[in-house]
Design a protein around this ligand. Structure first.
Ligand SMILES: [Zn+2]
Length: 450
């Protein structure tokens, strides 16, 4: 490893400069700003390192798809994204979001942690590996999408177009990851799914004087009562059948959660809460976080919310609701169950205006690929990473990997104060270089096991 690590050290300043170049380019999926420029920059960087690169078009942003074919038996897949969240509120940034700045060993910029830091670290790791070892011990595929921050809405088009190639992957290093508040690496092996939907209620043709509440139905009450049928104060989802397909965690998965040193107190402080939901703590808290499906109201809009009073009977009300799903819950099944439930409870008039979703995907900690990633993390970080069967969030794991039986592991450059999606997003430069060391160490393990 010495030669590889020395090469990374020798190129530290140019590798940081490359990250700064990438982070200087806005690439905001929500607005489209700089997406084409970022895809072009990334393509040029990948070609420079020796990849064959194509931009696979979709109805949205192109997927930058890169490959190095070596004729090896195994194929490794990387998944990253080149888009970022909008930088607002700008006034809260200590340095402008697209003018990368290093202060106190930390690299500040929008996208530093999510996800340009890991993307560029992997690119640099491959460059060092090729310089020192001359060739890779695996075929390498790399899908870098440009719409992750808006729900990977067109990724399925890329997958349909390149399915035959993608299916060859033995394992995939997923985009996110890093260290928790205890400085312990966390590696997730899957993610929860999501069902996101909008419920709407409507009555009169227009807003009316609130005196008419005596005789005209209120869509606001209709929607509130309908929402009451989704979840009760006991925290349980009231849709019949909702829990039917939830797989109980296996003993091995339970053990992983038991071994996870979730920073409970730090998290409470970070969120500014006195206690967790239902007073959850310890094993129960961790189990709920990893294995529990959720039902959450993201927003509720109706009527007047301005200063003073306005006596109005609103003509419509709308709520946005998301469910985090766990294996083997299925998006379409839950939508059908919800519709049937609302109808049965007398809310046929409450419409599901639209919905979208992603399936959950769970990993197997015993898979040899997972073990290779874990062993190489141990070698670099000097401790055993926490393995999480599911991450609490959602990504297109099922779409890109789960449906083909490809195991994933996260690995990345983030830490507890990376401020992902928020002002002053940052990574520690040490973590940036450690991720490179992790990747080259993993490649060397593949070399040893050829
Ligand atoms: Zn993100």
């Amino acid at each position: 490893m010495q030669g590889l690590f020395a090469d990374i050290d020798d190129h530290a300043s140019s590798y940081l400069a490359r990250l700064a170049q990438a982070a200087s380019q806005p690439s905001i999926a929500a607005t489209g700003q700089g997406i084409a420029e970022m895809a072009a920059m990334l393509e040029a960087m990948l070609v420079g390192v020796g990849f064959q690169v194509e931009q696979v078009p979709t109805a949205g942003s192109p997927v930058v798809f890169a490959a190095i074919e070596t004729g090896a038996e195994k194929t490794l897949l990387f998944y990253n994204h080149y888009d970022v969240q909008p930088p607002e509120p700008l006034a809260e940034w200590e340095s402008p979001p697209f003018e990368p700045t290093i202060r106190g060993g930390k690299f500040y910029a929008r996208g530093a942690a999510d996800n340009k830091g890991a993307t560029i670290a992997r690119l640099c790791a491959i460059e060092s590996y090729l310089r020192v070892r001359k060739r890779l011990p695996v075929n390498l595929l790399w899908a870098v999408e440009g719409e992750e921050e808006v729900g990977s809405v067109h990724l399925h088009q890329f997958i349909a177009a390149r399915k035959d190639v993608l299916q060859r992957a033995y394992g995939c290093i997923w985009e996110a990851g890093g260290k928790n508040a205890h400085e312990r690496c966390e590696i997730a092996l899957g993610c929860k799914g999501i069902l996101y939907l909008e419920l709407g209620a409507r009555e009169a043709a227009r807003d009316l004087h609130s005196a008419l509440a005596a005789t005209v139905a209120s869509p606001v009450w209709r929607l509130l009562w309908a929402l009451n049928n989704l979840k009760g104060p006991d925290g349980l989802v009231r849709i019949p059948g909702f829990y039917d397909d939830v797989l109980p965690p296996t003993p091995a998965q339970r053990q992983l959660v038991a071994d996870w040193d979730y920073p409970e107190e730090q998290s409470r402080e970070l969120y500014g809460i006195e206690r967790f939901l239902d007073g959850l703590t310890g094993e129960e808290l961790k189990t709920r976080l990893v294995f529990g499906p959720t039902c959450n109201v993201d927003g509720f809009h109706a009527g007047y919310g301005g200063p003073g009073s306005k006596t109005v009977l609103p003509c419509e009300a709308m709520a946005k609701v998301d469910f985090r799903l766990v294996p083997d819950q299925q998006v379409e099944v839950i939508v059908q169950q919800l519709r049937a439930h609302l109808d049965r409870e007398g809310f046929a008039d409450v419409e599901i205006a639209w919905w979208e979703g992603e399936a959950p995907s769970m990993g197997d900690p015993a898979h040899p690929f997972v073990q290779e990633v874990v062993r190489s993390a141990e070698a670099v970080y000097g401790h055993s990473p926490a393995l999480l069967p599911l991450m609490a969030g959602t990504g297109p794991v099922h779409l890109l990997c789960g449906q083909f039986g490809i195991p994933i592991t996260t690995a990345g450059v983030g830490y507890a104060d990376s401020r992902v999606h928020a002002p002053n997003e940052n990574i520690r430069t040490d973590d940036f270089f450690d991720h490179m060391r992790h990747v080259v160490t993993l490649l060397d393990r593949f070399e040893a096991h050829r």
